[in-house]
Design a protein around this ligand. Structure first.
Ligand code: GLC
Ligand code: MN
Length: 289
């Protein structure tokens, strides 16, 4: 789903990668009072998400926030029923609305809108609204509780590091919750995030995001930005600008495979080494010229 805010070039790039790109109108809660509670005035616009119930060309959908990163196939989510979601790490009796399973229906859509007009949203965004609409989620049917591996908070998992150590290798979807999104983080010439004192796995998740962005997304956007990269400030970020002065990439045969990537454990010293990724990117870009 895209809104008017997505520019023409970005739209072209999205249409190249996705089977369907559906335009929807923005919807804003305009609820300044409740948005102030999280100090996140940017979240009113997340009411737009509710439009996913209008996608009646599909019998079932899995909604993913744009700040989630899928690191392994998760098609089994389609076996779940509406409304399935994972607990919110900050308040586990609420679900987090960054990942959920829904059944599009104009009836449900209207009922949620009516609920919004009657009751409003306690966080000013979609999560507060949906949690009071699907209010029996916490207690009624455990099969509608998605395991945390489908919506693991990238930054808060430090709060239960032992669980991360035990279950972290099963994680399928990472959610970069909070105001500091990966696209706002600085990265050094080796692709390492400049985030100071953060858990090392949080850094790896950011690094993986950046690697996917650099190899899969950026080349596509550059391709659609003839005449300069002025439309998207993040394209101007010179990540790896001095990588050529780094020691050459290890000559040893790569130890990792696509499977390792999908398991969320690419070998950052092998093919996934940042130098190698930049090299590949350069090759791809010069081949396209
Ligand atoms: C939380 C959720 C996000 C939702 C927002 C607004 O940040 O992670 O998915 O859009 O709240 O309710
Ligand atoms: Mn989110």
């Amino acid at each position: 789903m895209v809104t008017q805010g997505v520019g023409a070039k970005m739209l072209t790039a999205l249409k190249k990668k996705f089977d369907q790109v559906v335009s929807v109108e923005e919807m804003d809660s305009g609820d300044a009072e409740n948005l102030r509670l999280l100090d996140r005035h940017d979240l009113g616009i997340t009411f737009t998400k509710i439009r996913c119930w209008t996608l009646t060309q599909y019998s079932k959908c899995v909604f993913l926030d744009a700040d989630t990163m899928l690191i392994s196939n998760a098609d089994e989510l389609f076996d779940r029923e509406e409304f399935s979601a994972a607990p919110d790490a900050g308040w586990p009796d609420c679900f987090n609305s960054g990942v959920f399973v829904l059944k599009p229906s104009l009836e449900t859509y209207s009922a949620i809108l009516k609920h919004a007009a009657d009751t409003g949203s306690f966080d000013g965004g979609d999560q507060g609204l949906l949690n009071t609409y699907f209010s029996d989620w916490a207690t009624k049917d455990i099969s509608k509780h998605l395991p945390f591996i489908y919506n693991m908070v990238a930054s808060a998992s430090y709060s239960y590091l032992p669980a991360y150590k035990k279950f972290g290798q099963n994680v399928k979807i990472i959610h970069f919750i909070g105001a500091t999104k990966p696209w706002l983080v600085g990265f050094d010439s080796r692709g390492e995030p400049l985030v100071g004192n953060t858990e090392s796995h949080t850094k790896s998740h950011l690094q993986l995001w950046w690697q996917i962005f650099s190899t899969e997304v950026k080349p596509l956007l550059v391709e659609h930005c003839e005449g300069g990269q002025t439309d998207y400030p993040f394209l101007r970020v010179e990540v790896g600008s001095n990588y050529s002065s780094n020691p050459p990439a290890p000559a040893a045969p790569p130890a990792d495979s696509r499977g390792d990537w999908e398991k969320g454990s690419p070998d950052f010293t092998g093919t996934a080494a940042f130098n190698n990724i930049l090299k590949k990117m350069d090759e791809t870009l010069s081949a396209e010229k």
